[in-house]
Ligand binder design. Structure first.
Ligand SMILES: [Zn+2]
Length: 306
């Protein structure tokens, strides 16, 4: 099987999606198994041992709803990249936690594991492709850390990965969004430049590109790198009347946490230039349902707030 075929297979998993719900459970299990393979030379794991780590990965990088780690452990077997066996022989006992805990073990399919072990470049392509098709780039390093994957200095030409991607990014997207927002973070107003080039300023998708979010100004804000990351992690969110919210799971008692995060509650988003669209309701609703860690904190002075 060629490298491109493997990359294609990891990016076209049978993922249960309804109305734009993101389902990164199988990709996270694949990354976890690839991390294990890289660290120990074997991706084999008993469900009982892996359960707590998988649960943590799903909570941290999955959508806000909770999903049992039993689902990806069982359902990934249908994609031909993962095998499960029990003490009574090959085959998964199903997603039921009790049955999986009773001695089920999983590992990457032999041909897949051998292919990525033989070729470190393929290993890196596969990891990159899984990240690119499921998560925004602000989360990639965090996910690599959490799964123990090191991509090292393996030469990474993007070409083979990009060639298999079904969608292309619009290279002018960042520029269009930054111009619309006049090169200012829509959350805090940051507008830093280094030698007349914006520095630390991004075009942030509201509905992730990796979740079919379009490269349109109505699906973006300009955001400093810090607020971009907090938006993608679901620490901050938007309301349909274009005000900012902060997750009640966000904690920070320092003056800096207050200035950079807590003080933005209820603050209106900085608007783009006249004639440019504010973020559309449907994209805000997607972010609220799929990314934002509800509930939102109450604004100081709101009924029920201190
Ligand atoms: Zn900012």
């Amino acid at each position: 099987m060629t490298s491109q075929t493997w990359v294609q297979r990891v990016t076209t998993l049978n993922q249960w999606r309804r109305g734009g719900e993101r389902a990164p459970h199988k990709p996270l299990l694949l990354l976890y198994a690839l991390g294990r393979l890289q660290q120990t030379g074997s991706s084999s794991m008993s469900f009982a041992d892996a359960e707590a780590n998988l649960r943590r990965l799903l909570e941290e990088f999955g959508p806000p709803r909770t999903t049992s780690p039993g689902y990806p452990f069982h359902h990934l077997t249908t994609d031909g990249l993962w095998m499960v066996r029990t003490p009574s022989g090959p085959g998964s006992p199903g997603p039921n936690l009790g049955r999986l805990r009773a001695g089920a073990t999983g590992e990457l399919a032999r041909d897949f594991a051998q292919a990525v072990e033989r070729d470190p470049r393929l290993f890196a392509f596969v990891v990159r492709a899984i990240l690119d098709t499921n998560f925004p780039s602000t989360l990639h390093e965090d996910i690599l850390d959490a799964t123990g994957i090191s991509l090292g200095t393996a030469e990474l030409s993007e070409a083979p990965v990009l060639a298999t991607m079904p969608r292309r990014r619009d290279p002018a997207f960042r520029e269009r969004v930054l111009v619309a927002y006049e090169y200012r973070c829509a959350v805090c107003g940051y507008d830093g430049q280094l030698q007349r080039e914006a520095v630390g300023l991004d075009a942030a998708h509201i509905r992730w590109w990796a979740a079919d979010g379009p490269d349109e100004i109505a699906n973006a804000i300009a955001a400093c790198s810090f607020h971009h990351k907090l938006l993608d992690r679901g620490a901050i969110g938007l309301t349909v009347d274009h005000k900012l919210t902060v997750s009640s799971h966000f904690l920070g008692r320092s003056a800096m946490a207050e200035t950079l995060v807590l003080s933005v509650i209820e603050r209106p988003l900085l608007a783009p230039q006249l004639g440019q669209p504010l973020p559309h309701d449907q994209h805000i609703a997607w972010h609220a349902a799929q990314v934002f860690r509800a509930p939102a904190r109450l604004a100081p002075g709101a009924p029920g707030a201190p």
